[in-house]
Design a binder for this molecule. Structure first.
Ligand code: ZN
Ligand code: ZN
Length: 231
């Protein structure tokens, strides 16, 4: 399998090291057909994008500059901030909406904060899974970022909901908390996948060896992954 697009990359607008332009140039160098800039949304206490207007303008400039050579997508990595499925979607038009849990994001109420941050009580994975599903119901979400990273989820239930709502299950090169058996279970209920670098440095854009290895061990084929082709 070969990667044709990387929809999940960070820049200096959140806590990446490179500029939008740096990420696009690396994606071009690797022969990708599309690259997504997906910096953290505002609830991320340390790294959330502060000037969304500047962020969007910067990506717009790259879209124009590289038109005809590579597709540059305006993305955002939302935080789930409520058990009711609340997310921190900013104003703006986005080509790719990614959503996930991050421990540095503020929560909209104490109960959510407690459930997200307190390990060890029964039913936690169920409550968190329900929150993810509520978010998919209430908002347009294209990709669930790194499922299982930071908080437990019920893989089968979440994967079935992803299949029902047409949301892609991310296989993240940096955060691979789930094993091949979890991905195989997700696939068995119809989930489709996307492989992502989650690059925080330009040189890591399009670099996904760990994610590929995991996909292979799970027995996934190119037809089940949105952004690869058969070699
Ligand atoms: Zn993330
Ligand atoms: Zn990320």
């Amino acid at each position: 399998m070969r990667l044709v697009a990387d929809y999940h990359t960070h820049t200096v607008h959140s806590h990446g090291k490179g500029s939008v332009d740096d990420n696009v140039r690396e994606a071009l160098r690797r022969g990708l057909k599309a690259v997504g800039i997906s910096d953290h949304s505002m609830a991320h206490a340390l790294y959330g994008v502060r000037r969304v207007d500047e962020y969007l303008a910067d990506i717009s400039r790259a879209k124009e500059k590289y038109a005809g050579r590579i597709e540059v997508r305006t993305g955002i990595e939302l935080n789930i901030i409520g058990l009711d499925g609340s997310v921190d979607l900013p104003q703006g038009v986005f080509d790719t909406v990614i959503m996930g849990y991050h421990k540095s994001a503020w929560c909209r109420d104490l109960r959510t904060m407690w459930v997200f941050s307190t390990p060890g009580f029964s039913g936690r994975a169920d409550e968190i899974t329900r929150a993810y599903i509520q978010a998919m119901r209430r908002h347009r979400i294209d990709i669930i970022a790194h499922p299982g990273y930071g908080v437990p989820v019920d893989v089968k239930t979440l994967a079935k909901a992803c299949a029902d709502y047409g949301v892609l299950w991310e296989i993240n090169n940096k955060h691979a908390e789930l094993g091949p058996e979890d991905l195989a279970l997700a696939a068995s209920v119809g989930a489709r996948f996307v492989i992502a670098s989650d690059a925080h440095s330009p040189e890591n854009v399009g670099c996904v060896p760990a994610a590929f290895s995991l996909a292979r061990r799970a027995g996934l084929g190119a037809a089940q992954i949105a952004n690869v082709t058969e070699e």
